[in-house]
Design a protein around this ligand. Sequence first.
Ligand SMILES: Cc1cc2nc3c(=O)[nH]c(=O)nc-3n(C[C@H](O)[C@H](O)[C@H](O)COP(=O)(O)O)c2cc1C
Length: 346
Amino acid sequence: MKILVVYHSLTGNTKKVAEALTESLPQGTILSPLSEAPEPEGFDLIFFGFWVDRAKVCKPMEEYMERVKSANAAFFFTQVGWPHGRVAKKITLETTEKLKALGSYVLGTFHCQGRMDEKIIAMARRLPPTHPRSGFSFAKSALLAESELHPDREDLEKAAQFAQSVLREYQCLSTGTTKVSVDRKAKVLDWLNSGKYFIVSIMAGDLGLTDLEAIEALPPQMVRKAPAEDFKSLWETLALWPSALFLAVSPAAVVEVKGPIPLGTFNRDMYNIHDPKFALNGHLLYQKISQIFLLAKNFEGRDSLAVHFLTKEGQTGFAVYAGRGPDKTILREARESFLELWNLYS
Ligand SMILES: Cc1cc2nc3c(=O)[nH]c(=O)nc-3n(C[C@H](O)[C@H](O)[C@H](O)COP(=O)(O)O)c2cc1C
């Protein structure tokens, strides 16, 4: 298998990330600065690494990417801006679209902050306040202070994990080892790359699949499966999360209830929740649940962790998402508990 990691780096941030992710790839992977890059033809998988230059992919890498047609591709970048910011989102979407338009599959993306070149900061600070470039829009002190520390050890570990997940993805696509067709996997991957907010039922609806068909076609690193018999123990675990989002999709509504998950009682084929202290009340027809899936998705640097309860028809009966704090990040207790479940079903 021939893998190329090609990067452009002025001050070394992107190079560090490129080196870290190459270390986690198979021996024989070619790591090359753009100036010495081989012709892109003949590689099974190409990782493109670049830095952000005035809210765009740096020009030399943009030109190189334009020469690559119909490849299995992944890309990563460093930038001074916030990882969840507008520029990172725009670059991720635009670059994905561009590669797809050239006939490539995008198997994954990654980005992190990278410290700004000292010379540029000094130059921006010297300019008079009236100058249009004075301070730059990104030369805000908190941002610069944070970016000083990056890429840090955690960024590099995440880069290595990203490389691993791309590799797994490539292996699934190329070997078609699972019963799910390569075509369906490609459709699902395309949808995931489209930048839409990830809700399984919406993705499945867009693609004309059942939720089960869509889940089975997801990249394997996003999914763990639990047996329906574990409903009780799983629900009891979810009830320990400080907050969650309960979601039920009907043909004409997506109903969401935010707050802690209440415990209920079994009565024949129902799990009844009647506790006025909680926002979520009602009856779960738990016997209609035939499979349970844990789904983890990172969307533009933001995690989404959910447990989906599927009916035997392959549709989501209901789902529970890990709750978020005021800063929109997933609550620590919910994340840790989800990870325990994840390991349990791995
Ligand atoms: C001329 C110039 C323009 C830049 N423009 C942006 C920008 O628009 N947005 C941003 O977040 N970072 C910007 N940066 C910061 C770099 O993208 C960031 O520091 C990156 O990690 C540098 O990577 P490198 O060390 O591999 O060269 C810019 C840096 C330079 C030198």
